[in-house]
Design a protein around this ligand. Structure first.
Ligand code: HEM
Length: 401
């Protein structure tokens, strides 16, 4: 079937318009109503929001390349590209092979007890505080500590690390500023001068920087540092954003929290469903070098193509009643929150353990999350997340259960 591209009012379909950013569900509905592929001429941008079509683009890495940039702006001030996400095969695959064993089932299981301890400590703090901002206390606390367990890097503070990770994506969006770009430089400079020397003897950071990865194939110098830096920065804002979105969804749909408390066996599917419903990355980009076609829509050579991950997760053709959080959703795992195919998130097994541990520990002791003030959406145009989420918790202890 061929879908004609429709050029409607730009503010209706522009993913960077404030109304799209602040009311994403309504925006995704508008997008899906236009068909799976939409052209936004004002931004010189092709949007792929259909779930099946997004998968098709992500799997077709020869026509939709990552090597010309996976963000809206092609970075100008950053001279080193990120070695995994911004490269295509065969270079991408060589680098990925060198770190993949550190994310095997066995390797990640070895991290689990430490991450579960962190989840218990966060839950204790939640219970002790009663009323607090869930972003620093829950959302940022988990990835800050989990990434230290994973990499061996101890950041100066959770807040500094969150700002660095936030700047990494914001530097390359339409509203990105030189300040964001310089924060990324500051992060990498800190990593080289202070982070690396302080790493313990045996950790992933040392394996990468001292030994060149599991197979020793990473080139000495910049390649090694950039592999570690990009992985480290990728694992913070993403996971923190997701956790904040998940807590917010449970405030809005408390019956789903009740269900999780009744049925701890739902935790693994709940992780997938919060990734579908609250996917932090709105889009990753690909660029065409030759003319291509998706769903019958011709896309010219040299096009900037946004694979709209969060919108695809709300595609009603794939997920009935898509805006509803439903922990029993059978195909939740087909979400695109982690992308798909060769660039599928390297850290996804770790992120899954972080979220599962938190849901599991919190649901044992927190009966209900309630709003204690207005949530504050982030100004990030790339990551859908909250900067503040005031909550009050009713605890099992307090409720006499
Ligand atoms: C909830 C948390 C996370 C989300 C939603 C997420 C999302 C994503 C997505 C969508 C991609 C694919 C990008 C593309 O196709 O261009 C990706 C790739 C990547 N992610 Fe994550 N991520 C998360 C956590 C992490 C963590 C904890 C790490 C730490 C190791 C990490 C490291 C990476 C790396 C290195 C890549 C590039 C992989 C490649 O190109 O082969 N991410 N992530």
């Amino acid at each position: 079937m061929s879908h004609a591209t429709t050029t409607v009012e730009p503010h209706d379909l522009d993913p960077y318009a404030p109304e799209a950013q602040l009311a994403p569900a309504a925006y995704y509905d508008r997008l899906h109503a236009q068909g799976p592929v939409v052209h936004v001429p004002e931004r010189d941008l092709w949007l792929v929001a259909g779930h099946a079509e997004a998968v098709q683009v992500l799997r077709n890495h020869t026509q939709f390349v990552s090597g010309d940039g996976v963000t809206f702006e092609v970075p100008t001030t950053r001279t080193e590209r990120y070695p995994l996400i911004e490269n295509d095969p065969p270079l991408h695959d060589r680098i990925r092979r060198s770190v993949q064993p550190s994310f095997s089932k066995r390797a990640v299981e070895a991290l689990r007890p430490g991450i579960e301890d962190v989840a218990r400590e966060i839950t204790q703090e939640v219970v002790d505080r009663g009323e607090f901002d869930a972003i620093p206390v829950i959302a940022r606390a988990m990835p800050d500590r989990a990434m230290t367990l994973l990499t061996g890097i101890t950041p100066p503070s959770a807040a500094a690390l969150a700002d660095w990770s936030d700047a990494t994506s914001r530097a390359e969006e339409p509203a990105g500023t030189p300040e964001h770009a310089s924060q990324v430089m500051e992060a990498v400079t800190w990593l080289v001068s202070e982070g690396l020397p302080a790493m313990p003897a045996h950790c992933l950071g040392r394996l990468i920087v001292d030994s060149g990865g599991n197979d020793g194939s990473l080139e000495e110098g910049t390649e090694r540092v950039m592999v570690l830096a990009s992985m480290w920065l990728a694992g913070i804002d993403s996971t923190g954003g997701l956790i904040g979105n998940a807590v917010n969804a449970f405030i809005e749909q408390p019956e789903q929290w009740d269900l999780l408390r009744e049925r701890p066996d739902l935790v693994p599917n709940a992780v997938e469903e919060v990734l579908r419903h609250g996917a932090p990355f709105r889009a990753f980009f690909r660029r065409t070098r030759t003319a291509a076609e998706v769903a019958g829509v011709p896309i010219p050579a040299g096009a900037r193509v946004a694979v709209m991950l969060a919108a695809a997760n709300r595609d009603p053709r794939q997920f009935p009643d898509p805006h509803r959080l439903d922990l029993t959703r059978e195909n939740a795992k087909t979400h695109l929150g982690f992308g798909n195919a060769l660039h599928v998130c390297l850290g996804s097994p770790v992120a899954r353990v972080e979220v599962a541990s938190l849901l599991s520990e919190l649901s044992k002791r927190v009966v209900r999350f309630e709003r204690a003030g207005d949530p504050v959406p982030s100004a990030s145009q790339t990551v859908q997340k909250l900067d503040a989420l005031p909550v009050r918790v009713v605890t099992a202890e307090g409720a006499g259960r």
